[in-house]
Design a protein around this ligand. Structure first.
Ligand SMILES: Cc1cc2nc3c(=O)[nH]c(=O)nc-3n(C[C@H](O)[C@H](O)[C@H](O)COP(=O)(O)O)c2cc1C
Length: 171
C-alpha cells in the first residue's frame, strides 16, 4: 500500500474489535511518529500508551463519555512538552507538530490493517490528573488505535476547486 492509498483508506474508526494490537505493530506506529517533522526539529511530542482497561474506561469518561473510546485496545495520549514557542508566522509550534506526528501514526496504522480515531473532545484537566501528567505538559489529542469492527463510509469533503486557488486569493 502506498501513501496515497493509506490516505484514501483512513477513516475515523468508531467500533473496535477486542483483539490486542501486536507489539511490533505498535512500535512501528510510534516510530512513524518519531520520524515526523517538527518546527526547528523541536520534537516536543510525548506519547502515553494506555492499554489498561480501567484507565481506558476513565479516559472514555474524560472524553465526554464517547463510548467507543474505551473499546479501542490502545489509546495514545498525545502530549507536548512545550515552552509555547511561536514561529515567526505567528503560529504555535506544538499543536502543529503533535498533529503531524499523530497523522503519521494514523497513516501507518492503515498499512498495518489497524484503524484510528482522533479524539479532541476531552477534558484535559481530567486526563492530566488521572495519568499524573505534569502541569506544564499539554495534552493535545487522544488517538484510538485498534482493529476496526466497522467499515468506512463515504468521505464528505469539499471539492478541490473550493479549497485551492492559484497565484492569488480568489473569490
Ligand atoms: C483534531 C480532531 C479532533 C477530533 N475529535 C473527534 C472526537 O472527539 N470524536 C470523534 O468521534 N471524532 C473526532 N474526530 C474525527 C473527525 O470527526 C473526522 O476526522 C471527520 O469527521 C472526517 O471523517 P474521517 O476521519 O472518517 O475521514 C476528530 C478529528 C480531528 C482531526
Amino acid at each position: 500500500m502506498n501513501v496515497f492509498e493509506a490516505i484514501q483508506n483512513r477513516y475515523s474508526v468508531r467500533r473496535y474489535q477486542p483483539r490486542p494490537v501486536e507489539e511490533p505493530k505498535l512500535l512501528r506506529l510510534l516510530e512513524a511518529a518519531r520520524l515526523a517533522p517538527s518546527a526547528s526539529n523541536r520534537q516536543e511530542w510525548r506519547f502515553i500508551v494506555v492499554r489498561d482497561p480501567q484507565t481506558r474506561q476513565a479516559l472514555m469518561r474524560a472524553a465526554k463519555h464517547q463510548p467507543f473510546v474505551a473499546e479501542a485496545p490502545v489509546i495514545l495520549v498525545c502530549c507536548a512538552v512545550t515552552d509555547n514557542h511561536v514561529m515567526s508566522c505567528g503560529q504555535l509550534c506544538y499543536p502543529i507538530d503533535v498533529a503531524i506526528a499523530i497523522e503519521h501514526i494514523a497513516l501507518q496504522a492503515v498499512t498495518e490493517g489497524l484503524g484510528t480515531c482522533w479524539i479532541g473532545a476531552f477534558h484535559e484537566d481530567q486526563v492530566k490528573e488521572m495519568l499524573h501528567i505534569p502541569k506544564a505538559v499539554r495534552v493535545v489529542e487522544l488517538l484510538l488505535v485498534g482493529y476496526p469492527a466497522d467499515a468506512a463510509v463515504t468521505k464528505h469533503r469539499l471539492p478541490l476547486e473550493a479549497i485551492v486557488m492559484y497565484d492569488r486569493w480568489a473569490g
